[in-house]
Design a binder for this molecule. Structure first.
Ligand SMILES: Nc1ncnc2c1ncn2[C@@H]1O[C@H](COP(=O)(O)OP(=O)(O)O)[C@@H](O)[C@H]1O
Ligand SMILES: [Mg+2]
Length: 246
């Protein structure tokens, strides 16, 4: 997947100003940046939920930015996305939440669906909770059910928006372990956005920093740690600066 010279502004405010980025098949790329830097906006471009003012998002050789709406839907089907907070349907139990995309987008029998739901729950270490309602689950469990739903259709690319936000450090580390296991067990490409550097170092093959509407640095974790850029260093020191978007 590649992002080429992506620009986006909202009512005159330039959020993305020429983002360039490539993601290799099977890699886990983590995009870091301050609050308001445009990370969620960038992620929504990757899946075609937001159209750029200028630039391209290439997925398997196709440009999402100029694909016909129908093609766009087909390309979007290659993605699994886990939104901030998990975003489960509160009125549905865990089984129906994970079965939802399968019922909607496949012709699988209920038996096959049940088997697939079981597999997905097992991958996130939550076997047997099919009948629980989201309100009965802890924050960490809800995130993991969100992951299970995101992988139900066997996506090529998984996108995570702030998978750790709002969780205590121990739960956050457990979530990272689940992400690492998915990375290692599934044939997927992963793009995660976060402002949590600890998490970035745990799950990334490469870390990219979004700042001022551009990717200003990309490197494997060990190299990223040594980058001389003062902004990167203050970020690493746990002092992420609020992003000023002009
Ligand atoms: N649909 C929208 N309409 C107007 N402004 C938006 C919209 N989506 C995002 N923005 C603005 O874009 C900027 C970046 O937002 P976002 O990508 O959510 O930041 P973050 O890096 O924290 O995820 C913010 O200033 C936000 O207010
Ligand atoms: Mg965000």
């Amino acid at each position: 997947m590649a992002v080429i010279d992506l620009w986006k502004s909202f009512s005159g405010k330039e959020v993305l100003r020429g983002v360039n980025l490539t993601v290799a098949p099977g890699e886990s790329l983590v995009i870091v940046g301050g609050s308001g830097a445009g990370k969620s906006v960038l992620l929504k471009h990757l899946i075609g939920l937001v159209q750029p003012d200028r630039g391209h998002v290439i997925v398997d050789g196709e440009d999402l930015a100029c694909a016909e709406p129908e093609r766009c839907l087909a390309i979007r089907r290659k993605f699994g996305m886990s939104f901030q907070e998990g975003a489960l349907f509160d009125s549905m139990n865990v089984f129906d939440n994970i079965a939802f995309p399968l019922r909607r987008h496949t012709r699988m029998s209920e038996e096959e669906i049940a088997e697939r739901v079981r597999e997905c729950l097992s991958l996130v270490h939550l076997s047997g909770i099919e009948k629980k309602m989201p309100s009965e689950l802890s924050g960490g469990m809800r995130r993991r059910v969100g992951f299970a739903r995101a992988i139900a259709l066997k996506p090529e690319i998984l996108l995570f928006d702030e998978p750790n936000t709002g969780l205590d450090p121990i739960t956050a580390a457990a979530i990272d372990r689940v992400i690492i296991e998915m990375r290692d067990k599934l044939p997927v490409t992963m793009v995660t956005i976060t402002h949590d550097m600890n998490s970035a170092f745990r799950i990334a093959d490469r870390i990219a920093m979004l700042r001022g509407g551009k990717i200003v640095a990309v490197a494997p974790p060990e190299e990223f740690r040594k980058l001389p850029d003062p902004y990167v260093q203050s970020f690493l020191a746990g002092q992420p600066v609020e992003e000023e978007v002009a």
